[in-house]
Design a protein. Structure first.
Length: 419
C-alpha cells in the first residue's frame, strides 16, 4: 500500500506545509547571500584596485552583515535537508539516483568549497596579500552561484525529469547532458540570479536609506555611496529578472501547460484537466489558486520595485523613506515566485512520474504534527535571531564591524588586507 492510500489528505497537507515553511525561509537566506555577496565582492574590488579607505569601510560593514546571514542560513539549510529526508522518503527512493546526486553536488560545493573560501576570507583580514584576499571573496561568490546552479538543476529535474527513465520502479540517469541543459532549470536559474542581484541591490539601498535618516557624523558618505551602489545594481537587475521570468513561461507551455494556464481562463484549465486525466488517470490536476495569487503578487512587487528604484535614482526628497519601506519587497516577490513554481506542478512531486502523496514517508499524523511544530518553531526562531543580529550590526555602523578586528581593542582593527 502506498503512502498516498494510507494517509488522509489532511496529513499530506501538513507535510506539504512543513516543507513550504522550511524551504521558503531558507530560500530567503539564499537570495540575500547571493545578492549581497556579489555587491561585497564588487566593492572590495574597487577598494583593492584604488586603495580607497571609504570602500574598505564599506567592504567591512556589508561583509559583516553577509557573514551573519550566511552563518544562520547554513543552519536553516541543514534543518531543511533533515526534514526532507524524514518526511519524503518516497522521493529519495524513487529519484535518488538523479535528484539525490544533484543535491550531493550542491552539498559538496556549499559545505566544502564555499565555506572554506569564506573562512579564509574572514580570518585573512590583515594577514594575507590584498589580491589573494580579493580572490577569496570572488571564490565565495562563484561557489555560491555554483551551489545555486546545482539546486536549480535538482529542482528543474523535478519540474521536468529529462535524461532519465524508470527501471524497476526507480529513476535511472540515461542522459546527463539533458539534465545539465534542462530549460526548466537554466531559465529558472537566470530568473533567480536576477532576483538575487535585485535583492542585494535593494538591501544595500534600503539599509543605507534607513541609516541616512539618522546617520552619525562621519558615516553619511559610507551610506550615501552604498545607496548608489545598490541602486546601480538593482536597476539593470529589474529588466533581467522580468525577461527571464517571461522566457520561463515559454518553457512552461512545453513542459507544464497546466501551470501556464493558471494565469489564463478557466476553460483552458478545464480542457487540460480532461487531457491530463486521460493521460495519467483520475485526479485533480488544476493546482490551488494560491499559485495564481502568488504569481500576480510577484509581478505587482516587481512594478513597485521599479518605481521605487527610479524614484531613488531621481534623488527626490522622499526617496529615503520609500527605499526603507521597499526593503521587504524583493523578499515578498521571491517567496511569491517560489510558491507559484512549487504549487503549480501539483499533484506531482516529479512531474508526470511521481505524485506528491506517493513521495510521503509512512508517518503517523501525530508524528507529523509534532515535526511541523518543532521545525516551524525552530525556523521562526532562526529568522528572528537573524533579523535581530542584522539590525543590531547594521545600526552599529561601519566602525562597529567585528570583521577585520585582530585584537580585543576595536581601534586596532585592520582597515584592509596587507600589501
Amino acid at each position: 500500500m502506498s503512502p498516498a492510500t494510507s494517509m488522509d489528505t489532511a496529513t499530506l497537507d501538513l507535510a506539504r506545509l512543513e516543507f513550504a515553511v522550511t524551504a521558503s525561509i531558507h530560500f530567503l537566506f539564499v537570495a540575500f547571500t547571493l545578492g549581497v555577496a556579489t555587491l561585497v565582492a564588487l566593492v572590495q574590488t574597487r577598494a583593492t584596485v584604488t586603495g580607497s579607505p571609504l570602500h574598505w569601510r564599506m567592504t567591512r560593514y556589508w561583509g559583516q552583515l553577509y557573514v551573519i546571514n550566511y552563518a544562520v542560513g547554513i543552519v536553516t539549510g541543514l534543518v531543511m535537508e533533515l526534514q526532507l529526508g524524514l518526511n519524503w522518503s518516497g522521493l529519495g527512493h524513487f529519484s535518488g539516483n538523479v535528484f539525490g546526486s544533484l543535491l550531493a553536488m550542491e552539498t559538496l560545493t556549499a559545505f566544502f568549497l564555499e565555506s572554506t573560501f569564506l573562512g579564509l576570507w574572514i580570518f585573512g583580514w590583515g594577514r594575507m596579500n590584498r589580491w589573494l584576499h580579493l580572490g577569496l571573496i570572488w571564490g565565495i561568490v562563484l561557489t555560491a552561484y555554483a551551489s545555486a546552479f546545482w539546486i536549480m538543476l535538482s529542482n528543474g529535474f523535478l519540474q521536468n525529469p529529462v535524461g532519465s527513465r524508470v527501471v524497476d520502479g526507480v529513476l535511472r540517469l540515461t542522459d546527463a547532458s539533458a539534465v545539465f541543459t534542462n530549460a526548466s532549470a537554466l531559465v529558472a536559474l537566470g530568473h533567480l540570479m536576477g532576483g538575487a542581484l535585485l535583492t542585494g541591490g535593494l538591501v544595500f539601498a534600503g539599509v543605507s536609506a534607513w541609516q541616512l535618516r539618522g546617520a552619525r557624523h562621519g558615516d553619511e558618505v559610507v551610506y550615501a555611496t552604498s545607496l548608489k551602489w545598490g541602486l546601480r545594481v538593482a536597476l539593470p537587475a529589474l529588466p533581467v529578472t522580468a525577461w527571464m521570468g517571461v522566457t520561463h513561461f515559454d518553457v512552461l507551455e512545453a513542459t507544464q501547460p497546466m501551470k501556464s494556464a493558471l494565469l489564463g481562463d478557466s476553460a483552458e484549465q478545464a480542457l487540460l484537466q480532461g487531457q491530463l486525466a486521460a493521460q495519467y488517470g483520475p485526479d485533480q490536476y488544476v493546482p490551488s489558486s494560491i499559485g495564481t495569487i502568488a504569481a500576480y503578487l510577484m509581478m505587482f512587487c516587481w512594478v513597485l520595485m521599479l518605481l521605487v528604484t527610479l524614484v531613488g535614482l531621481a534623488g527626490r526628497r522622499v526617496r529615503l523613506r520609500l527605499l526603507t519601506l521597499a526593503l521587504p519587497l524583493p523578499f515578498i516577490a521571491l517567496l511569491a515566485g517560489w510558491v507559484f513554481r512549487e504549487t503549480g506542478r501539483q499533484p506531482w512531486v516529479v512531474y508526470g512520474l511521481l505524485k506528491t502523496g506517493d513521495a510521503l514517508s509512512p508517518m503517523s499524523p501525530l508524528a507529523l504534527r509534532t515535526s511541523l511544530v518543532v521545525f516551524t518553531g525552530l525556523f521562526v526562531f532562526l529568522g528572528v535571531v537573524n533579523y535581530w543580529l542584522l539590525a543590531r550590526f547594521a545600526r552599529r555602523g561601519p566602525d562597529g564591524s567585528a570583521l577585520g578586528v585582530t585584537s580585543a581593542d576595536p581601534a586596532a582593527s585592520i582597515p584592509h588586507p596587507t600589501f
